[in-house]
Design a protein around this ligand. Structure first.
Ligand code: SF4
Ligand code: SF4
Length: 289
């Protein structure tokens, strides 16, 4: 029997981001999970069965469940979460491939996860501070040869632009789908990225505002947060995946943390159709506390 669809998501929502774990074997200096102050990523992790049961309750739509982290492949039930969810819902994975590739190839059917979206469902991040291009391209080619649609994403960090150019050329030669994502955050005091409200990330004393969001973001313990800042700071969630009924809203809700926002919530980016101009939040009525 089909599971009751007890989670409702507004039409305007564009993304379902599931942070399976915040653990990661790497320590990138620009990790967006660590942006700003007050970060507390020490969440307990729930079982794969609980995640899959929650995904069964999601409405039927074209928004994939995006498994991310940290490195989602470090969750002890990663492979069964991907395999079981693909039985009924599209899955995307944001990863650095720090997991058992043999197991992934053995347990996941590429025909199930591949789909005709304008981007690959498995999106690998390239972090030259942490691992070399030959190491990551070898892993990617292995998955491509096994039939998986997979892309490599570099970051336009000001210190790594030459490395990114080299990566682009190498990937072209190898037939790997390489794309660049804008670097978000501060470098030598300058905020990089394109934002609707650059002062939302200025780190100055917080101001009040009203903020409407368009993403379902769930932390490793199953708590659901209104934005990345609330998730990364372990602040009051708006719901839990264990709630029997979940109705998310895209209404404006007061927030007293304007100025402490995470760039991910304010940046102008592509939506899931790869159309540029989408922003996860709408913010209005900014005023002193
Ligand atoms: S690989 Fe990703 S999650 Fe891990 S430290 Fe680097 S940016 Fe952060
Ligand atoms: S104003 Fe910033 S911190 Fe507050 S909900 Fe919106 S994105 Fe999150």
């Amino acid at each position: 029997m089909a599971s009751p669809k007890t989670v409702t998501i507004p039409e305007s929502f564009n993304y379902i981001g599931i942070f399976l774990t915040f653990r990661c074997p790497y320590h990138c200096s620009y990790c967006i999970n660590q942006y700003g102050s007050g970060i507390h990523l020490d969440y307990p992790e729930i079982s794969g069965t609980d995640w899959v049961n929650f995904f069964r309750r999601l409405p039927v739509n074209d928004i994939p469940v995006t498994l991310q982290g940290g490195e989602p492949g470090l969750h002890p039930n990663f492979f069964s979460i991907v395999r079981d969810t693909l039985e009924f819902h599209a899955v995307d994975i944001l990863t650095n491939l720090a997991f058992d590739l043999d197991r992934f190839i053995g347990e996941i059917d590429p025909a199930r996860i591949n789909r005709p979206a304008p981007y690959a469902p498995v999106r690998v991040s390239y972090h030259p501070e942490q691992f070399s291009l030959p190491v990551i391209t070898k892993k990617i080619l292995r998955l491509m040869n096994a039939g998986f649609r997979i892309g490599l994403y570099g970051v336009t960090h000001p210190d790594q632009l030459i490395l990114m150019e080299e990566a682009e050329k190498t990937c072209k030669t190898l037939g790997i789908d390489f794309r660049l994502k804008p670097f978000l955050g501060r470098h030598h005091g300058e905020l990089h990225g394109r934002y609707t409200h650059p002062d939302a990330c200025d780190g100055k004393p917080p101001r009040a505002c009203e903020c409407a969001t368009s993403e379902l973001l769930a932390a490793p313990d199953g708590s659901i947060h209104r934005c990345h800042t609330f998730c990364y700071r372990h602040l009051q969630p708006i719901a839990s995946i264990y709630d029997p009924q979940i109705a998310l809203t895209d209404d404006f809700i007061p927030c007293n943390l304007f100025g402490q926002c995470n760039p991910c919530d304010i940046k102008v980016k592509n939506n899931r159709f790869q159309q540029f101009g989408h922003v996860a939040t709408r913010i209005q009525n900014i005023h002193p506390l």
